[in-house]
Write a protein that binds this ligand. Structure first.
Ligand SMILES: Nc1ncnc2c1ncn2[C@@H]1O[C@H](COP(=O)(O)OP(=O)(O)OP(=O)(O)O)[C@@H](O)[C@H]1O
Ligand SMILES: O=c1ccn([C@@H]2O[C@H](COP(=O)(O)O)[C@@H](O)[C@H]2O)c(=O)[nH]1
Length: 238
């Protein structure tokens, strides 16, 4: 490939997609592949921030539907993202890529607290920065956290790596006639309430003039293509 189209990116990895063929938790082969692909970008001088979802372990909404207090459920969901992030940090270490976990809920002896300055410092030193515990607040999602951190670090592009290969006119898991968009505006995504990401995330990215590219995390090489400006998945723009 020629030159990367972006110098600094924020990559959101779906927690659910981390499960792969497992019934629960993390498929180590998926983690290793993502660590190697991200290392490849870092070696080409691209600064990479990562936000992981927690849907492979806990989601606050599901826990509250089962009777738990929603805020407690959301705290458990955010802690699930800490576990996923520690696993990804370990995968980076095993492939020889320096990485740092910065948490919205710091845990002494496990991971440092998030600060914008700390994040930028680590990115400029060539470390991959993994932002965990979402926004640190209940009633949000890691899609919103990804947009928030992407804006804070002034990422050139926010990427959502997920189980589907882009944004469709309806949920492709439920509607076989759904059609994939190559690109669409935030207005279209919000008007049609396209549920590939939550609407708070769309609003935040729109208001801060950031593009989001949605692509298939299970497709080898798709991340690099997206970062080199190829037409991979779907681009959502202001
Ligand atoms: N219009 C749409 N286009 C594409 N996907 C859609 C759409 N509406 C709903 N979806 C669904 O959105 C989901 C996005 O999956 P993903 O696992 O990334 O969600 P997530 O809640 O961010 O995950 P996690 O919380 O595990 O990180 C897909 O499973 C897909 O079926
Ligand atoms: O800012 C945030 C981010 C997440 N949560 C809780 O964590 C889980 C897991 O995140 P996903 O985005 O669903 O993968 C989420 O369901 C919330 O319960 C949060 O409270 N605040």
């Amino acid at each position: 490939m020629t030159n990367p189209a972006y110098k600094r990116i924020l990559l959101k990895l779906s927690g659910e997609a981390l499960m792969g063929q497992e019934a629960f938790g993390i498929d180590p082969s998926i983690l290793e592949r993502m660590a190697k692909e991200i290392k490849g970008l870092s070696e080409q001088g691209i600064q990479v921030g990562v936000v992981l979802g927690g849907g492979n372990i806990y989601r606050g909404q599901k826990l509250s539907e089962a009777g738990m207090n929603r805020v407690t459920g959301d705290h458990m969901g955010m802690l699930a993202t800490v576990m996923n992030s520690l696993a990804l940090q370990d995968a980076f270490e095993r492939v020889g890529q320096p990485a740092k976990v910065l948490s919205a809920m710091p845990i002494d002896g496990v991971c440092q607290g998030f600060s914008r300055r700390g994040a930028i410092n680590a990115l400029e030193k060539g470390r991959v920065v993994i932002f965990c515990a979402g926004t640190g607040n209940p009633f949000f999602t890691t899609d919103t956290a990804a947009c928030l951190r992407g804006i804070e670090i002034d990422a050139d592009l926010i990427l959502k790596a997920t189980k589907v290969d882009g944004v469709y006119s309806a949920d492709p898991a439920k509607d076989k006639n759904a059609v994939r968009y190559e690109q669409l505006s935030y207005k279209e995504a919000l008007d049609k309430e396209l549920a590939v990401m939550d609407l708070t995330a769309f609003c935040l990215a729109r208001d801060h003039n950031k593009n989001i590219r949605v692509f298939d995390m299970t497709k080898a090489g798709a991340l690099e293509k997206a970062v080199f400006g190829h037409n991979e998945g779907t681009l959502i723009h202001p």
